[in-house]
Design a protein around this ligand. Structure first.
Ligand SMILES: *Cc1c(COP(=O)(O)O)cnc(C)c1O
Length: 402
């Protein structure tokens, strides 16, 4: 029997794999040195471990170890990339292009730059969540310095055409940044073939620890300049000061190493689980798939449900599964997700939606339990909402007040 609630929120975070934890543990205690201590063996040992992760990450994306800058996660990497480019290139131009479905860790730094006088173009997406490349081309201006398009979406799993975007950016001498927080270890990434200049990474979506990430910064063809956003001892070639967090860095490397070894088989297994979940759920009427059916992360399923209240649906599902709804997760904010509304969904559909994030430790048995419970919950809610509508109640009256 599975432990309830069944964890299906792998886009939010993932548990640390036992193999990752085992690799990290010595670096808290006996191998505790500061990697910047160049005068003794404690420092050398830590430095060697950091170097190893740099090499693993570089190999994972076809970069060189010198191009990896450790950060506290993808949020910081995105901030460093976007603000760092803006500050270093503002004399060349002050126009940045991004996309409506980006994570807030990209949208918000862009909005911040707007207050400083930068111009931001936010590209719409098509109904399937993919950007339209001709729209991107139309948005290019002589003063465009940066294009930021995510690799894999955290809500609908959609994979953007990175190689095509990179090609277009390089043709126009524009720096291309991608937020690959959801992509690293899950899909092939190649900064050379895809002409990516800056790439944000994080460990905790791929069975590594929280609080560690990295920014890939291209050093050749072209050499990307970044203004540091955190000043201090000059770590990470001056781009991000602060003592390196060796145990987390070791865990990051191990997590990516494992994910790469298992990528092909795991993609196949997760695709099967997701298909199975979708086949079971789509037997109900009025269930819509959000995002492109194929160009998406293997473990992602995002559905909108007709005829039920979003908050009531979430409440009904909660005892059996840990999932996310399509609305912002803070209790003070029940606005529909900006990603789902960007797909052109009506407010109601965007609101009654569920994101399933299937991961390494989920089984077919769990998927079957989840599918049965989702179906039963929707059926029962539809019955009550039908009776309530006969009593003159509106669906929104069922939502908890907040
Ligand atoms: C999780 C996530 C982030 C934030 O990463 P942290 O390492 O938690 O700061 C940024 N972008 C995307 C697409 C994400 O999924």
């Amino acid at each position: 029997m599975s432990i309830l609630p069944i964890y299906l929120d792998c886009h939010a975070t993932t548990p640390v794999d036992e193999r990752v934890l085992a690799a990290m543990l010595p670096y808290f205690t006996e191998k505790f040195g500061n990697p910047a201590s160049i005068g003794h063996v404690y420092g050398w040992e830590a430095e060697a471990a950091v170097k190893q992760t740099r090499e693993i990450l570089a190999a994972a994306i076809n970069a060189t170890p010198e191009e990896i800058v450790f950060t506290s996660g993808a949020t910081e990497a995105n901030n460093l990339a976007i603000k760092g480019v803006a500050e270093a290139y503002f004399k060349k131009g002050q126009h940045i292009i991004t996309v409506a479905t980006e994570h807030s860790a990209v949208i918000d730094p862009c909005n911040y730059l707007k207050t400083l006088g930068f111009e931001i173009t936010i590209l719409p997406v098509q109904k399937d969540g993919l950007i339209d490349l001709t729209e991107l081309k139309k948005a290019f201006r002589p003063e465009t310095i940066l294009v930021s398009v995510m690799a894999a979406n955290n809500e609908i799993g959609v994979l953007q055409p990175l190689a095509e975007i990179g090609e277009m950016c390089h043709e126009h001498n524009i720096i291309f940044h991608t937020d690959a927080a959801q992509a690293i270890g899950k899909i092939p990434l190649d900064v050379q073939a895809m002409k990516i200049d800056l790439m944000s990474l994080t460990a905790h979506k791929v069975y590594g620890p929280k609080g560690i990430g990295a920014l890939y910064v291209r050093r050749r063809n072209p050499r990307v300049q970044l203004a540091p956003q955190q000043h201090g001892g000059g770590h990470e070639r001056g781009m991000r000061s602060g003592t390196l967090y060796t145990p987390q860095i070791v865990g990051f490397g191990k997590a990516v190493e494992i994910a790469l070894i298992e990528q092909a088989t795991e993609t196949q297994r997760l695709t099967q689980l997701r298909q199975s979940l979708w086949e079971q759920l789509s037997q109900l009427e009025g269930i819509h798939l959000n995002g492109h059916p194929q160009d998406r992360l293997a473990g992602n399923l995002n559905i909108s449900v007709e005829g039920v209240d979003g908050a009531a649906l979430l409440l009904g599902l909660q005892p059996v599964m840990a999932i996310s709804s399509g609305s912002a997760c803070s209790s003070a904010n029940t606005a529909p997700s900006h990603v789902l509304t960007a797909l052109g969904n009506s407010q109601q559909l965007a609101y009654a939606s569920v994101r399933f994030g299937i991961g390494r430790f989920n089984t077919q048995e769990e998927i079957d339990i989840v599918a049965k419970h989702v179906i039963a919950t929707i059926q029962s809610l539809r019955k009550t909402s039908f009776m309530d509508s006969r009593k003159g109640l509106r669906q929104s009256d069922l939502a908890p007040a907040d």
